[in-house]
Design a protein around this ligand. Structure first.
Ligand code: PA5
Length: 433
């Protein structure tokens, strides 16, 4: 398999000079700290406190067989009801696939409680042949549990309580939370979210694997790609370790005042992964206090952009606006479909486009935008995926999860909690009492 590659010439002092350019001395000075950060992530993994790095080793054959039986049965559709880490990753991976090539159930997502969207969804799916996968680790999230209540009551009204219960699949904590109690009481089929894996790190648990398997997505290949990226992260020396190099660049620039991290992917099918990345970086690294309880208000604002469309939208800001961001360009080494621009159809002034394929043009647009930013002295890097195969997507997931964990160590914050989110959740419940 060709590897996911990270290239960072555009952050070096030779490329962009002061104030952002990173020198070899700066890299050398950070090397020990990066090594210690990796060791502490490895220790967390070995002690079982940090679950996400072990997830790629799961054997999904039981789950695949279960999903196969469901797909062979009378079910046509499945709806994921969940929000944030309980759905963004699943939706992103599903979007990256060519759904016409998946031979499973039609998969839908319902996160927001916008009444029009929920109403539309319930009008769209055939109620008696649809499975509803309710995903919530806490079991108390307002958006998810409100939708569950509406759907369950509708199912009970139309089909009776026995059949209704057979259409709900609960994905939640193994032995705590309101959804777990409901699952036990009504006899819903259920899957566990491991306690040592937080929401936004959970896409390789049943949170993502259950819906993806029902849709017919090859989850074993996804896990294989994640495992091989994880092994490279654990084994390779820092200079050849893409995750450590990326985390080191982001941290060095953050120390100099960088406030925004842009991931600009030149592929429509990576858009969902951009949104997943945004949550991962935003929620994990923004913390009021560090681990010693000093007030730090750490955080990096993540921005997801899509090339080439955002060249006509956000790039003017990246190029000439406040100088405070790293832009990581992403894309695919190969598109599995391509179209050539024909001869003779264009006016003479544009004839140089003829004969190029759209993938060539995409490539030229990406490299040109990067070059222009570099000329303006702005830091850039590149993170390319070989293709959209599940193994590449699994590698991408582990890349950013591990880089986030390393950044948490470097910033000396807890990257795995979200007290700000919890505060809002609590007040929302209080308002609705
Ligand atoms: O990453 C996180 O922890 C959050 O985004 C949660 O996933 C999100 O708030 C949903 O929580 P829950 O799974 O408890 O419904």
């Amino acid at each position: 398999m060709t590897e996911l590659s990270y290239e960072n010439d555009g952050v070096s002092d030779e490329a962009i000079g002061d104030p952002w350019g990173i020198s070899d001395e700066t890299r050398d000075a950070l090397a020990d700290r990066l090594g210690r950060a990796r060791q502490s992530v490895i220790d967390g993994h070995s002690s079982g406190n940090l679950g996400f790095l072990g997830l790629p080793d799961a054997n999904p054959s039981g789950l695949t067989a279960w999903a196969h039986r469901k797909r062979e049965g009378r079910w046509t559709d499945a709806v994921v009801i969940g929000i944030g880490g309980s759905s963004l990753g699943t939706e992103a991976i599903f979007q990256s696939a060519d759904s016409s090539q998946l031979d499973g159930l039609n998969l839908h997502f319902s996160s927001n409680i916008d009444p029009r969207s929920v109403d539309r969804l319930l009008d769209t799916v055939p109620l008696d042949t649809t499975l509803f996968i309710v995903v919530t680790k806490s079991g108390t999230t307002v958006e998810t549990m409100s939708q569950f209540a509406i759907i369950f009551e509708r199912l009970v009204d139309q089909l009776g309580s026995g059949r209704a219960a057979a259409q709900i699949i609960a994905v939640t904590s193994p032995d705590s939370g309101e959804l777990r109690s409901l699952a036990d009481r009504h006899g819903f089929e259920s899957f566990d979210i491991p306690p040592n894996v937080g929401g936004r790190f959970s896409v390789l648990t049943p949170v993502g694997l259950v819906p993806l398997a029902l849709a017919g997505y090859p989850i074993q290949e996804l896990l294989d790609g994640a495992a091989s990226m994880r092994d490279r992260f654990l084994e390779r020396d820092p200079e050849n370790n893409a995750i450590l190099r990326a985390a080191g660049d982001i941290f060095s620039l953050y120390q100099r005042g960088m406030q925004e991290l842009v991931l600009m992917n030149y592929a429509d099918d990576l858009e969902g992964l951009g949104e997943w990345f945004r949550q991962l970086i935003g929620e994990s690294l923004a913390k009021a206090e560090n681990r010693r309880a000093d007030t730090v208000h750490a955080g990096i604002t993540p921005i997801a952009a899509t090339g080439a469309v955002d060249q006509h939208s956000q790039v003017q800001l990246f190029m000439e606006g406040p100088d405070r961001r790293l832009v990581i360009f992403g894309g695919l080494d190969t598109f599995d479909a391509d179209i050539e621009i024909p001869d003779h159809a264009l006016p003479e002034r544009l004839n140089h486009l003829a004969g190029h394929s759209l993938a060539d043009v995409m490539d030229a647009e990406r490299t040109a935008t990067r070059e222009a930013l570099q000329e303006a002295g702005r830091p850039t890097a590149e993170l390319m995926l070989p293709d959209l195969r599940p193994a590449s997507i699994g590698a991408f997931v582990i890349f950013w999860e591990s880089a986030t964990a390393i950044l948490g160590e470097l910033l000396d914050i807890d990257a795995f909690n979200q007290p700000g989110v919890e505060r809002g959740k609590r007040i929302a419940h209080e308002k609705l009492l």
